[in-house]
Ligand binder design. Structure first.
Ligand code: G3I
Length: 463
């Protein structure tokens, strides 16, 4: 598998000077003061990204959650996580039909306890398949793969912000075609079958296609683009595209334009596995990538592929934001400054997935600075509720949505909000990354429970 970084020189140079710890100039000091005096300047990556309505995440490993330095940085800086290996097929279904979620559950619990989003990575991929799947083909492999998607997405239902449903299915080079793999040989429709199964299993999760060397406009990214356009045209459920962005000492000059062309298809875009080889321009490139995301309103967040250089899969390239001792690098400062300089646009919250039914509650009361509407997916004995919070004519900095639950109903899981109780009348308050909503803007949270879903009208109060 070739993950060779794209070495094209960056043509989009920064228009702003960046503050670095090693070169503090008068302009940089002025920039710092300007940032500090900005009403909502963030002091951490997650906090600063949240000010723009986005998340800043890291890939993490369950076995490192006992490393206090690692967890200290994680909890301080990041508001999203991606399990680096724990949700892959070989980890979750090592024997056919026997599922193992130990490491993945550990990561999800940590994320929930700290108000972090979880990107699920990944349901189907030609690599890191368990041996038994590698030995299957045809109908047997197709059924096993779809069963895997259904089982894993069901296990994590309600806990995943976005799933990389399919990873790296396109070939490198100039063909723009699908990569040959055992999955591809089951039929060209394997990707859409996986997306439909994922939607059925977890209707609240955004469903992404994720790939590498698709970070600029090229034959491979155009192949993906054509697939996404086709899926949107035919109603195949896809909500987002992940751009891994394993970069060398350069980046495509059309990086932002490439993100934008996908966003224009009506999907969110996310930078999902960012790491940049250390060279003289590492900080500049990190700043450029950050600004590119901020410039695209549907770029909803950035994830770096590891925390410290010593955690990276790219041994010796020191491609991350913290050094092996856990210290912030100039690249960190470049990212923080870029985030604090802000996006000129707030990303619209993606409309609910195409299969989500229309709101089941009557129009919400207004006049309290925000409104909330609720949509339900119910089954015998349980439900998932998605709540859409919309700011009124003024921006809001925090919100509380009050929902009365029927007698006997228990909330078992909440995401993108903190709940005051699990039964009765429950107040759902924003978490750190979604309290700020621009005038007329919106955000979403959700919860899952046993019993009957709420039938009353939620009320929203802005703080
Ligand atoms: O956990 C075992 C350990 O018990 C054993 O002693 C050791 C010996 O090789 O292997 C360990 O597992 C390794 C695992 O990382 C955990 O460190 C696997 O061999 C190794 O293959 C695996 O590498 C992962 C790689 O995906 C697999 O292809 C990297 O950590 C992970 O960063 C990398 O992530 C991928 C994304 O999923 C998709 N995009 C590209 C990206 C980078 O390759």
């Amino acid at each position: 598998m070739d993950h060779s970084p794209d070495h094209r020189p960056p043509s989009a140079r920064s228009r702003r000077r960046l503050l670095t710890p090693v070169a503090v100039t008068a302009a940089a000091v002025a920039a710092t003061i300007a940032a500090a005096s900005t009403a909502h300047a963030g002091t951490t990556l997650g906090g600063a990204a949240a000010e723009t309505g986005r998340y800043y995440g890291a890939a993490i490993a369950a076995y490192k959650l006992s490393d206090s330095q690692y967890v200290g940085i994680l909890d301080r800086e990041f508001n999203a996580v991606t399990p680096e290996n724990e949700m892959k097929w070989d980890a979750t279904e090592p024997t056919q039909g026997q599922f193992r979620y130990t490491g993945a559950d550990q990561i999800v619990s940590h994320a929930q306890a700290h108000g972090m989003r979880v990107r699920g990575h990944t349901l189907l991929w030609h690599a890191q398949q368990p041996g038994w799947a590698q030995n299957l083909s045809g109908t047997a492999l197709r059924s096993a793969a779809i069963n895997h998607v259904t089982q894993v997405a069901t296990h994590f239902k309600g806990k995943i912000y976005a799933w990389d449903v399919v990873n790296e299915a396109f070939a490198d080079g100039s063909s723009g075609a699908r990569r040959d793999s055992n999955l591809q040989r089951t039929g060209n429709d394997w990707i859409e079958a996986a997306f439909r199964a994922a939607r059925a299993a977890d209707p609240g999760a955004k469903l992404c296609y994720n790939d590498y060397n698709t970070d600029g406009v090229n034959a491979k990214s155009t192949g993906v683009y054509n697939m996404v356009r086709d899926f949107k045209a035919r109603g195949v459920p896809i909500d987002c595209v992940g751009f891994q962005s394993h970069l060398g000492t350069g980046m495509p000059g059309d990086y932002q334009a490439n993100l934008q062309r996908f966003a224009d298809l009506g999907v969110d875009v996310q930078i999902t596995e960012l790491d940049i080889e250390q060279g003289s321009n590492q900080a500049t490139l990190y700043g450029n990538v950050t600004r590119a995301c901020l410039a695209v309103s549907r770029c909803t967040g950035i994830t770096v592929w590891g925390i410290r250089d010593s955690d990276s899969w790219r041994t010796g390239q020191n491609p991350l934001l913290f050094d092996g001792g856990g210290n912030r690098k100039p690249a960190y400062t470049a990212v923080l400054n870029a985030l604090n300089a802000g996006g000129t646009t707030t990303p619209p919250t993606t409309p609910p997935p195409t299969t989500t039914p229309p709101p089941s509650s009557p129009p919400p009361p207004s006049g309290s600075g925000c409104t909330a509407s609720l949509s339900l997916q119910s089954w015998t004995g349980g439900f998932v509720a998605n709540v859409h919070v919309t700011a009124g004519s003024s921006a809001i900095s925090r919100w509380t949505v009050r929902i009365a639950l029927p007698s006997g109903t228990v909330v078992t899981n909440t995401w993108s909000a903190q709940s005051s109780a699990s039964t009765g009348t429950v107040d759902f308050r924003n978490v750190d990354y979604n309290g700020q909503v621009g005038a007329g803007g919106s955000t979403d949270f959700g919860f899952q429970g046993t019993g009957f879903g709420p039938s009353g009208t939620p009320t929203c109060t802005a703080g």
